[in-house]
Design a protein around this ligand. Structure first.
Ligand SMILES: *Cc1c(COP(=O)(O)O)cnc(C)c1O
Length: 420
């Protein structure tokens, strides 16, 4: 059964009263525990774990992982700057971006690392910084993701340099005297572990074509189970064959590759929840549905609307009636797509959950909300403010780590032309 292990109903109520709703809550001890599990990934000649910060870029979370010894993967120039501003040493930040930053030169001079994600990126880096040491992100020809939207490998994916263009990569590198020291692949979020392994082996083959490469980065994509019907990836199971293959390569060629992994979801998904209030309860008659309307929704958790993602839902009744109902849980936006309990993989199909009977104003907690929720909200839609974020420490004490946005901040960049 799914349980609300992260916080007790009592603490949920206390946070709702003290900080307001909707609010993200993260558990520091859980984040640290996930970091420890990732740091135990099997490796032969050393391991660097990079947190793919796009999953949850709050500075407090970055600092927690920094103290645990993790490094960071930034997916845009802005994200790299954000990590630097959070106090992360630039040497620990690696940029793998779809959009090459205009201010790359300034970023590079701070000391960050880069994985060129296209041939033109290699060229652009080489023109500005001939002789630099870089990594390259390759598309190994095969991908896997929990959904088509999160599969970022194979011929339908624009991510990384197509594996058949290795000679072009080497030519460009020679032209600019670039040294390719890292080979990087990332095939998708929520990857099938079998395919993840296959692709990792393919990546290891690709490394052989890069004589200067000392680091193999296998990306992220490790699955976590947010609801009981899902199965998480076991890091030991997927990691051991890769470790053995790296050892084999070392025997054959004397190359001792340092391994990097880059989890986002794995490190944070089940370390966060959203606490909301039930702001209305309506039904559509005997043949219809009973709806719980929350004061949150796609403005805080977009994943159900986008992917048909499943998140556990817990109601916290002020008064326990002992009864349960099948509720369809919806968000607060004026859009039927703002659905929390959609059918698995089908954002448009309503699905209900059997939950303890609740009244208006009771609390509803949505679990599995650490990854790609705060980071990927449809912020300010319907002009709802960006929600606050709270971190609970090992003693269960909540501390605010992001204030709730104010209406002034939503409209602060608007300019009224004269005459209006
Ligand atoms: C998004 C991303 C990750 C993390 O993916 P998860 O599925 O969250 O583990 C890792 N590496 C790169 C390059 C990414 O873009």
């Amino acid at each position: 059964m799914e349980t609300l292990s992260l916080l007790s109903p009592k603490l949920a109520k206390q946070i709702a009263v003290n900080f307001g709703t909707p609010i993200y809550v993260y558990d520091k001890a859980a984040l640290e525990k996930q970091a420890d599990v990732a740091l135990a990934f099997p490796n032969a000649f050393g391991l660097t774990v990079r947190f793919a910060m796009k999953a949850l870029p709050n500075a407090a979370v970055l600092r927690i992982f920094d103290r645990k010894g993790l490094h960071f993967d930034a997916s845009s120039g802005y994200e790299a700057w954000r990590a630097i501003r959070a106090g992360i040493a630039p040497q620990k930040i690696s940029l793998s971006t779809q959009e090459f930053p205009d201010d790359f030169a300034d970023l590079w001079k701070t000391g960050i690392k880069v994985n060129a994600c296209s041939l033109s990126q290699i060229d652009r880096i080489g023109r500005q910084f001939p002789g630099a040491e870089i990594g390259v992100r390759l598309n190994p020809g095969k991908g896997s993701g929990g959904t088509g939207k999160t599969n970022v490998g194979g011929p339908d994916s624009s991510f990384g340099i197509w594996h058949e263009y290795v000679d072009n990569v080497l030519d460009l590198a020679r032209q600019h005297r670039l040294k390719i020291v890292r080979v990087h692949t990332h095939i998708g979020s929520g990857s099938d572990p079998v395919i993840w392994q296959q692709v990792s082996q393919m990546s290891l083959e690709l490394v052989k074509k890069f004589p200067d490469a000392t680091v193999l980065n296998l990306g992220g994509g490790f699955k976590v189970a947010r609801v009981s019907s899902e199965k998480g990836t076991d890091m030991q199971t997927v990691g051991i064959p890769i470790k053995e293959a790296i050892e084999k390569l070392a025997k054959e060629t004397d190359r001792q590759l340092h391994l990097e992994i880059e989890p986002g979801t794995f490190l944070v998904a089940n370390c966060g929840v959203v606490i909301s209030r039930i702001q209305d309860i309506v039904d559509t008659g005997t043949a219809g549905h009973r709806f719980l309307k929350l004061d949150t929704g796609m403005t805080d958790i977009l994943r159900p609307s986008l992917y048909g993602a499943q998140h556990p839902v817990f109601t916290v009744p002020a008064r326990d009636t002992g009864k349960k109902h099948d509720y369809v849980v919806v968000g607060h936006c004026c859009e039927s797509g703002d659905l929390v309990t959609c059918a698995p993989g089908d954002p448009e199909a309503l699905s209900s959950r059997s939950l303890p009977e609740v009244q208006i104003d009771d609390i509803c907690v949505i679990g599995g909300a650490g990854a790609y929720c705060s980071a990927m909200s449809s912020k300010n839609y319907n002009s709802f403010p960006e929600s606050a974020e709270v971190l609970i420490d090992a003693n269960g004490k909540p501390t605010l780590i992001r204030r709730r946005q104010m209406l002034e901040q939503i409209i602060q960049n608007e300019i009224l032309p004269e005459g209006l």
